[in-house]
Design a protein around this ligand. Structure first.
Ligand code: GTP
Ligand code: MG
Length: 562
């Protein structure tokens, strides 16, 4: 009872749903064969549940001549099957039914048209016994029929004989792969009447050892003889017990689901992977840690920044700021010279583009995109491109660390999946972010007004002095000359205007130099942040989506194989 309770896990329904979900999530990632296998199991389970669950289908399987048909006849109480001397004898399966009413659709599904009623035995009511052809047949059709039915029946009775019980065909092709189906398999050693009494136990012990090696410890093993009837009561009792429990069908499906989930968990990648990493099972604990991923992410941002020419852009932001400051606040007499020099930022087709501000303000996405199109920042060098590639690969590598082979490959692939978009996206980020670096500080306008006022004063002084000079030249009487202290006002205006203009220009230049540095630093930070976001969107997010898919896959697989 205790044992039963311990085994109670999630329902067959939820395990089936989980298996299907795992197959869905694994599609294109783990081997197609494992995905198809899981789907086939789910489909088979769905059909079997719809058919009679009051009947238990048991199949007698084994090598030719082991005595399957003889046992079948002995259990059924009639000579239903041919027992032959020439091998192999049985070529298609046939069924013996104990109270077989309602088992028709089940046998249709199993595609076993030959059906017989067995002799009455209330203990076996509900049993459908199949006599299969030989699994080691020289005829392919026999082997195919066996393989098909071994997959479908509820209970497998492996019939061995003293000569061939150790055959590799039985152990390697069937018993070992079906180790998870221990609860729905029985082994009988037939023809024990042909052994001396003391050899039976030896033979049984040997067979048990082989079964232990197959991963089937504790599986029921009976010594029987179809000829003398020895052990047949025990076999009947065992079959009767399984039939009355009516659980073999669900135990079989449960074992199938576990095996399919196991197969999904350990399946190789859907596509051959580059490199020679050995695949690991799903339960290999993943150590792809957040901390190390953070390091790889920083390295990626660094590589992207270098490839995007961030140092050059930052430099251009500082220089461009100073350039525009001189044009806006320089001494009006000389500032026009500056206009002939190109704006370093505009030279990179960054920020300084006149329409950027407008487009950004009016919020016209299209215009924005068009104008903030391609910058003229020189393209990344081959080395820089290679460094980006390495950084992208490293993100995938770190994230995939410790994951099973197929999923590690999927994660690595996810990291690279959007890499071709990186160059354009980073360029766009540079164009948009550096545009902010061109805003004009308000003091420029104020200083400009003062500069022109001082320039006007200087001009007035010059004009005044010019008039005085002209009047003196023409020997006209001098008008009274106001003075500031001892210096006449026009001189104060002219000289003061020149000195003030130049001084203001120099001070502004000093402020613009500091402002340029500050702005460059700020733009550098903003660029790193926006380029970081590009890396996050195009590299990190696909990786995280894949990790998330894997987490869901693992959860589904764990639930399915419960
Ligand atoms: N001594 C002895 N002979 C048996 C026993 N069971 C079957 N035989 C003989 O073994 C031979 C093969 O028996 P079958 O029942 O035809 O064997 P099978 O496993 O159905 O063989 P295939 O149909 O070819 O796969 C026959 O000659 C049987 O008489 C047994 O318990 N003791
Ligand atoms: Mg036979």
């Amino acid at each position: 009872m205790k044992l039963l309770r311990r085994k109670e896990g999630p329902s067959l329904d939820s395990r089936l749903a989980a298996l299907l979900e795992a197959a869905e999530l694994g599609e294109g990632r783990v081997s197609e064969q494992a995905v198809a296998g899981a789907r086939a199991v789910a489909e088979r389970a769905g059909v079997r549940r719809e058919l009679s669950i009051d009947h238990t289908v048991a199949a007698l399987a084994g090598a030719t001549g082991s005595g399957k048909s003889s046992l079948y006849n002995a259990l059924a109480g009639h000579d239903l099957a041919d027992v032959g001397v020439t091998r192999p004898t049985t070529s298609t399966a046939q069924a013996a039914l104990w109270d077989g009413e309602g088992a028709g659709p089940l046998l249709d599904w199993l595609d076993v048209p030959r059906r017989h009623s067995a002799a009455d035995d209330p203990g076996l009511s509900g049993l459908v016994l199949l006599d299969l052809p030989d699994h080691d047949s020289i005829r392919l059709s026999h082997r195919l029929e066996v393989d098909r039915l071994v997959e479908q029946v509820d209970l497998l009775v492996w019939v061995a004989d003293p000569q061939k019980y150790a055959d590799a065909a039985l152990h390697e092709r069937y018993l070992r792969p079906l180790a998870g189906h221990r609860d729905v398999m029985v082994v009988v050693l037939n023809q024990v009447d042909r052994l001396p009494a003391d050899a039976v136990d030896r033979c049984l012990g040997d067979l048990r050892r082989l079964l232990d090696d197959d991963g089937l410890p504790g599986i029921p093993v009976l010594a029987v003889s179809a000829r003398t009837g020895r052990g047949l009561d025990e076999l009947r009792a065992l079959l009767g017990e399984r039939v009355s429990e009516r659980k073999s069908w669900s135990a079989r499906l449960g074992a199938d689901i576990t095996a399919a989930a196991e197969h999904l968990a350990t399946a190789g990648p859907a596509q051959p992977v580059d490199g020679d990493r050995s695949p690991q099972a799903v339960d290999g604990s993943s150590s792809g840690g957040g901390k190390r991923l953070g390091g790889a992410e920083r390295a990626l941002t660094g590589a992207l920044c270098a490839a995007a020419g961030v140092p050059m852009v930052v430099e251009a932001v500082a220089k461009g700021h100073r350039h525009r400051a001189v044009v806006a606040t320089g001494w009006p007499v000389t500032r026009w010279v500056r206009r002939f020099r190109p704006d370093p930022l505009r030279r990179l087709r960054l920020g300084g583009l006149p329409a950027v501000g407008r487009a950004a303000r009016s919020g016209e996405g299209r215009a924005d995109r068009e104008i903030v199109g391609r910058t003229s920042v020189p393209a990344a060098s081959a080395v820089q491109r290679a460094q980006v590639e390495t950084a992208v690969r490293d993100v995938g590598e770190v994230a995939a660390d410790g994951m099973p082979g197929a999923w590690a490959a999927a994660v690595r692939q996810a990291a690279r999946s959007r890499a071709p978009e990186l160059a354009d996206a980073v360029d766009r980020a540079v164009a948009t972010t550096s545009a902010v670096g061109t805003r004009r500080p308000r003091w420029w306008r104020a200083v400009n007004v003062v500069q022109w006022a001082v320039f006007a004063a200087m001009l007035a002084g010059a004009l005044w002095l010019g008039v005085l000079f002209g009047m003196d030249y023409l020997r006209l009487p001098q008008p009274p000359l106001p003075t500031a202290g001892v210096v006449p006002w026009p001189t104060v205006l002219l000289v003061g205007g020149v000195l003030a203009g130049v001084l203001i220009a120099l001070l502004s230049r000093l402020a613009a130099w500091a402002g340029g540095r500050r702005r460059a630093r700020r733009t550098g930070r903003a660029l790193r942040a926006s380029i970081g976001r590009v890396g996050e969107e195009l590299v990190l997010e696909p990786v995280e989506a894949e990790l998330d898919t894997y987490a869901r896959f693992k959860e589904a697989v764990d639930l399915a194989r419960a």
